[in-house]
Design a protein around this ligand. Sequence first.
Ligand code: HPA
Length: 247
Amino acid sequence: MNKLAIIGGTGLTALEGLEITRQQNIETPFGEPSSPLLFGEMAGQEIVFLPRHGGQHTIPPHRINYRANIWALKSLNIENIIAVAAVGGIRADCYAERIVIPDQIIDYTWGRPSTFFAEDLPEVTHIDFTYPYAPSVREKIIEACDHLSINACTEATYATTQGPRLESKAEIDKLERDGCDIVGMTGMPEASLAQELELKYAAITVVANLAAGRSQEVLSMEMIQQCLKSGMQQVKNIIRQVVITSS
Ligand code: HPA
């Protein structure tokens, strides 16, 4: 897979095994991305890495400059993006630590600048968003999971909530009735912005916790971080495998 970028999320602010060779600050018409873009080499291939929440994990989901992030990657001629994110599990088989590769998404966020097609346009522009995730990138990720015998869930609808708070039980019940299987805070507008710029984008998510009301435990960041540790190790292996098979 040519010209690949990884957008890292909670639990993945650095990509182990990626030897950083240089970094670049990029200004975009929409401001600065979450961090300098990090260039590195993995299995002989150049990869660009961008930690979505910033290098020190300080930018909350609703304050991320999604437009600058996607624009910066496009300006580097990136063609494929693998986005990594922590999510809560709603559907019973989306249990803690499971890898879930979503194939659909519903956007419940509000007030986030969510399009490049707002101003100075010769005509109103709509993109087709029937399939939010690029089949070619999803395929590579699923093949890598199979190769590594990782039992990933490959059909799931990702509910993107506004955050930064977690949800109420009634909100999760509503998301479930809507057909959502996992819940996170960063899936949108990242996916649609990538589609607007014709970047091939897919996501690997790790279930960090059962969503609100789906377990007896009180949700805490410590618990979520703990769960992410082993899940993110699997994500690193998957990314490495994707790179190996496409170099
Ligand atoms: N809800 C929303 N976002 C999340 C969750 C959750 O339960 N867990 C990790 N990110």
